[in-house]
Design a protein around this ligand. Structure first.
Ligand code: SAH
Length: 352
């Protein structure tokens, strides 16, 4: 009965790139039904191929600091986690990470970190400018949390091209169950709008299976994303971290996450969507299944090897082996086996 309905919803998503909240919810509820999955992935793969052929873009992730003033309940580098071994990279370590990545073929560098006040506007601008001076043809992506409009603007003026800031949950009640009261979804959305207005290619996203999340919440997040029209969409499973208030919660569902990637692809045909490290950390086939469902970006780790374990957002986070930038050639093989090919282009967002 509902599978019949779901075939129609998938067909509608395919034809119109849209559906209403109730339809998304109906579809989500059947995420574990095999024929529905197959139909969804068949369509989402077709749409991905139409817009990107077989190309998978790579981004080199540089986790510049795990010092954070925030206390997000899910995150392993939250302020209150006294077991976290803190570090921050020096400018030279950041540049060396870029150089290593550049030699391996990376043309996007993602600077991600906690909200660490040491990296003030002046320092961030200096780092962006220097990376752009050394590698003018490369894209710089920032993922450093909430900042003022003026800070975002000055980073952009220094040459930053893209910004990743997951909205985490568009439902105000749910958002407040994941974050301390200093953080609000209103502020998040304000930041996201500012980023877009300034001209960044902007990414939002959320975790699947975070504590207290309902299917309705996920449907709301999917509808928000459709409405916001981000250039990039980061969605991965929640993974419990032993030193957080959420230590006794289970991980998000792998199969649900992959299913959501398929829906997001149908609704946002030209968005850049990563097969996240978190997805790959909960399942060996995470990356390839993610790509087959419609993801088209992989973000290998370029941080100095000795700090990688310390950027521990969740338990079992992979950062070496095939997740390491240095393994790009092994990754190339894996991607090829899955039927895709790594592109060494910058891979900017393209309108249609
Ligand atoms: N401080 C930056 C970077 C955060 S880390 C910022 O606020 O944007 C990047 C993403 O990792 C977060 O947006 C969050 O969605 C994800 N993350 C954090 N803890 C996680 C966990 N336990 N499981 C899965 N993903 C997590």
């Amino acid at each position: 009965m509902s599978s019949m309905k779901n075939c129609e919803i998938i067909e509608k998503l395919y034809k119109t790139q849209s559906a209403d909240f109730d339809e998304i919810l109906t579809l989500l509820r059947d995420y574990d039904i095999e024929p529905i999955r197959q139909m969804l992935f068949e369509k989402s793969a077709e749409v991905t191929e139409k817009h990107f052929q077989k190309k998978i873009y790579i981004r080199g992730l540089i986790e510049y600091s795990n010092i954070c003033k925030n206390d997000c309940y899910y995150c392993g580098i939250r302020r209150s986690n006294e077991n976290a071994v803190r570090y921050r990279l020096t400018k030279d370590e950041i540049y060396t990470s870029c150089e290593n990545g550049y030699r391996l073929g990376f043309r996007t560098f993602v600077l991600q970190g906690g909200e660490d006040g040491f990296f003030n506007d002046e320092l961030v601008c200096e780092i962006i400018s220097e990376i752009k001076r050394r590698y003018p043809e490369c894209a710089v992506t920032l993922s450093m949390g909430e900042k003022s409009y003026d800070s975002y603007k000055s980073f952009y003026n220094c040459g930053a091209d893209r910004y990743l800031l997951r909205h985490e949950s568009i439902n105000r009640t749910h958002y407040s169950m994941l974050h301390p009261k200093e953080l609000s979804i209103e502020k998040r959305v304000e930041c996201l709008k500012a980023l877009k207005e300034i001209g960044y290619q902007t990414g939002c996203g959320f975790m699947v299976g975070s504590p207290y999340q309902t299917m309705e919440n996920i449907a709301e997040d999917i509808m928000f994303i459709k409405d916001f029209k981000p250039h990039m969409i980061g969605v991965g499973p929640f993974i419990s971290h032993k030193d957080t208030p959420f230590k006794s919660f289970g991980n998000g569902s792998y199969r649900l996450t992959v299913f959501i990637l398929g829906i997001l692809r149908l609704m946002n045909p030209n968005a850049l969507i990563p097969a996240t490290t978190a997805l790959n950390s909960i399942s060996k086939s995470g990356r390839t299944e993610g790509l087959k469902a419609g993801a088209n970006v992989i973000m290998p780790n370029l941080s100095p090897v000795d700090v990688r374990d310390k950027y521990s957002l969740y338990n079992g986070k992979l950062s070496t082996g095939i997740e390491g930038g240095e393994s790009i050639f092994a990754l190339q093989e894996e991607v090829k086996k899955a039927g895709f090919e790594i592109s060494f282009e910058r891979g900017d967002y393209k309108e249609k």
